[in-house]
Design a protein around this ligand. Structure first.
Ligand code: ATP
Ligand code: MG
Length: 567
C-alpha cells in the first residue's frame, strides 16, 4: 500500500490511560482504537498482525490434524445449565435473551458447544480420536478489563478441543498440542516459559500455561533453575517447612489494645511474624470459613477455592459485619478458638507443626499466646494453602525458587470426562460397550499474543516487529516526495518488491523526512529502504528497524537484502 492511501492514524502523544507499553504503542501506531473500556476496534495495521498470528496458529493446528470449524458466539443457556457453568461462570458471563425470553450467553469459551456437537455425531470408537478448533471472538465480562488488548471483554481466541477414547489418547493429544504451541510461539518470536497451571476451575487434571515473559505481566510464575520445575503462582507448591519440637506451654490471654496488623503485633510481642498464625475469614454462598496460615506467609486463594470446591466468583473476604458476628469482637482479633458455631476451620498443614504461636482471641483488644494445634483447636488440614515466594524451597529438589512475570498467551488442559459426563457424550468401544469420551481443551489468546509481542519488541521510538508477524515486511520511504527522481525510484522499488510477493509500504507522502522516519520507527516495519539524494545514481539506504544501522547500496542489492530477510 501507499502511505497516502493507508489509514494509519498515528498519535504523537502517549495516551494517558495506557499503562503498558504495548497498549500505548498500539494506540500511537494507529493499530487499535478503544470503543469502550475493554472493547477495541482493530484498524488496518493491527488487523493485519491479527491475521498473521491467526495464520501461524492455523498452520500449526492444521499440521497436527486439528480441523478448523466456526461455532456461534451466541450460545443457548441450556447447554451451560447442563454442565453447571451457567452458575459457575457467575458475573464473567455476558447473558442476554431473545424476543421470546429464551436465555443465551455470548460464549466465554466453548467446551459445552463442541461437546454438544460431537455427542450427536460421534458414536463409535472408529470416529476417535478427533481434534477440532476455531478462531473466534470470545466474550468475558472481566472484573478489571485493562492493559489494552491483554485483558478485554471481547477478544480473539483460538480454542481447540480434543476427543479421545481414553486417558492415554487424551495425553497424546495434549503432547501434540504442546509441540504445536511451541512452534506457534517460536514463530511469533516470543520469549516464553511453559509452566504448570491450575486446572481446578476447568475441572480437569493436568494443565500448562505458556507465559510470554514481561516485567509488567499480570501472571506471576515460580521456577526452579536446578530441576526445571515451573508453575504459575496460583499453582506452585509452596515448599515452606516448619520444624519445631518445643514443649507446649500454657495458653495465656494477653491484653493487646489497638494492636491489629502483623507488624503491630511483631512490635508488641517483640517477636517475628513466624510466631503468629493468621486467621482469615472468608465467605462463600454457603458458609463462613476461617483459614489459618503462618503469620509470615500469604494465602493462595486459588488453593483455597480448590479445597472448598466453589466457583471462583463465590469466594470473598468476609465483610466487617460477618467478622464481628462470628468472632464476637472488632475486626483484627479473629482466632480459631471460640468462633461462632458452624464456622468451617481450614488449617494449612504448616500450622500443625508450629509451637506456642499467637492468635487473635475473638475478643476485642485481646490475643492468645502459646496456642498449639491439636491441643487447643482442630480443623480440616489442607496440605498447602500458601502463596509461593521468591526463595521458597522448590518442593521437587529443594533449591530456592525464582519468580518472574509475564502474560499467559496460551494454555492446554486435560479435561478428562467432566464435560462428556455432564453432557452425556459417549461412544461405543470395540466390545459395543458405552464409554465416556475423554477430552482436552486448548486455548491461545490471539489478540493477547499481539500485545505480548509488542511488550517484548519495542524501543523508545516504537514497535520493532519480528518479520513473521509484521503488518508489512518492508517500507520504502521517499525522503523528499516532491523530487521527481526520488518518487520515481521509490515507486519502482515498491513495484518490484510487490511483484516479488513482499508486503511493502511506499511512504510517498509530501511530509518532512523527519515525520516519515518517526512514523516508520513507530509502526515498526522491520525492513526499510530510504530513497533520498542519491536516487539519481540508483543508490539507496537500507536498514533494519532492529538496529537502525543504515548502509548505502545499489537498488538491486537493497532489494536482494529485503528478499533474503523475508525468506
Ligand atoms: P486469565 O488467567 O488471564 O484470565 P484464563 O485462564 O481465563 O486467562 P483461558 O480461559 O485459558 O484464560 O483462555 C485461553 C487464552 O485466552 C488465555 O491463555 C489468554 O491468552 C486469552 N485470554 C483469556 N482471557 C482474556 C481476556 N480477557 N482478554 C484477552 N485475552 C484473554
Ligand atoms: Mg480469566
Amino acid at each position: 500500500m501507499k502511505m497516502t492511501e493507508l489509514y494509519i492514524p498515528t498519535l504523537r502523544e502517549v495516551p494517558a490511560e495506557a499503562e503498558l507499553i504495548s497498549h500505548q504503542l498500539l494506540l500511537r501506531a494507529g493499530m487499535i482504537r478503544k470503543l469502550v473500556s475493554g472493547v477495541y476496534t482493530y484498524l488496518p495495521l493491527g488487523y493485519r498482525v491479527i491475521k498473521k498470528i491467526e495464520n501461524i496458529v492455523r498452520e500449526e493446528m492444521d499440521a497436527i490434524n486439528s480441523q478448523e470449524t466456526l461455532m456461534s458466539a451466541l450460545t443457548p443457556s441450556e447447554l451451560w445449565k447442563e454442565s453447571g457453568r451457567w452458575e459457575d461462570f457467575g458475573p464473567e458471563m455476558f447473558r442476554l435473551h431473545d424476543r421470546n425470553s429464551r436465555e443465551f450467553c455470548l460464549g466465554p469459551t466453548h467446551e459445552e458447544v463442541f461437546t454438544d456437537l460431537i455427542r450427536y455425531e460421534v458414536k463409535s470408537y472408529k470416529q476417535l480420536p478427533l481434534s477440532l478448533y476455531q478462531i473466534q471472538t470470545k466474550y468475558r465480562d472481566e472484573k478489571r478489563p485493562r492493559f489494552g488488548l491483554m485483558r478485554c471483554k471481547e477478544f480473539i481466541m483460538k480454542d481447540a478441543y480434543t476427543f479421545d477414547r481414553d486417558v492415554e489418547g487424551m495425553k497424546a493429544a495434549y503432547d501434540k498440542m504442546w509441540d504445536a504451541y511451541v512452534k506457534v510461539f517460536d514463530r511469533c518470536g516470543l520469549d516464553y516459559k511453559i509452566v504448570e497451571g491450575d486446572a481446578g476451575a476447568m475441572g480437569g487434571s493436568d494443565s500448562h500455561e505458556f507465559i510470554a515473559l514481561s516485567e509488567l505481566g499480570e501472571s506471576v510464575i515460580a521456577y526452579c533453575d536446578s530441576c526445571n520445575y515451573a508453575a504459575t503462582d496460583e499453582k506452585a507448591v509452596c515448599g515452606y517447612t516448619v520444624e519445631n519440637s518445643d514443649e507446649m506451654m500454657d495458653v495465656e490471654k494477653v491484653h493487646t489494645p489497638s494492636v491489629g496488623t502483623i507488624e503491630e503485633l511483631e512490635k508488641f510481642f517483640n517477636t517475628g511474624a513466624d510466631s503468629f498464625v493468621k486467621t482469615l475469614l472468608y465467605k462463600t454462598s454457603e458458609e463462613t470459613v476461617a483459614v489459618l496460615i503462618p503469620g509470615n506467609k500469604n494465602l493462595n486463594e486459588t488453593k483455597l477455592i480448590n479445597v472448598l470446591s466453589v466457583p471462583e466468583h463465590e469466594l470473598e473476604m468476609a465483610d466487617d459485619e460477618t467478622v464481628k458476628d462470628v468472632t464476637g469482637a472488632e475486626v483484627g482479633f479473629a482466632g480459631p478458638m471460640g468462633l461462632k458455631e458452624g464456622v468451617r476451620i481450614i488449617v494449612d498443614s504448616r500450622v500443625t507443626k508450629m509451637r506456642n504461636f499467637i492468635v487473635g482471641a475473638n475478643e476485642t483488644d485481646y490475643h492468645t499466646k502459646n496456642v498449639n494445634y491439636g491441643r487447643d483447636f482442630e480443623g480440616e488440614v489442607a496440605e498447602d494453602l500458601l502463596m509461593v515466594e521468591e526463595g521458597d524451597a522448590c518442593h521437587k529438589c529443594g533449591a530456592p525458587l525464582k519468580m518472574d512475570r509475564g502474560n499467559e498467551v496460551g494454555n492446554i488442559f486435560q479435561l478428562g470426562t467432566k464435560y462428556s459426563k455432564a453432557l452425556n457424550a459417549t461412544y461405543l468401544d470395540e466390545n459395543g460397550k458405552e464409554q465416556l469420551i475423554v477430552m482436552g481443551s486448548h486455548g491461545i489468546g490471539v489478540s493477547r499474543t499481539l500485545a505480548a509481542v509488542i511488550e517484548q519488541y519495542n524501543d523508545e521510538n516504537g514497535i520493532i516487529w519480528p518479520i513473521s508477524v509484521a503488518p508489512y515486511q518492508a517500507i520504502v520511504t521517499v525522503v523528499n516526495a516532491k523530487k521527481e527522481e526520488q518518487l520515481e525510484l521509490g515507486t519502482k522499488i515498491y513495484d518490484e518488491l510487490k511483484s516479488k510477493g513482499i508486503e511493502v509500504i511506499l511512504d510517498d507522502r509530501k511530509e518532512r523526512a523527519g515525520v516519515k522516519f518517526k512514523d516508520a520507527d513507530l509502526i515498526g516495519i522491520p525492513l526499510r529502504i530510504n530513497v533520498g539524494k542519491m536516487a539519481s545514481e540508483n543508490i539507496v539506504e537500507f536498514s533494519l528497524r532492529k538496529d537502525c544501522v543504515k548502509s548505502e547500496m545499489g537498488v538491486d542489492e537493497a532489494i536482494e537484502k529485503v528478499l533474503e530477510a523475508v525468506k
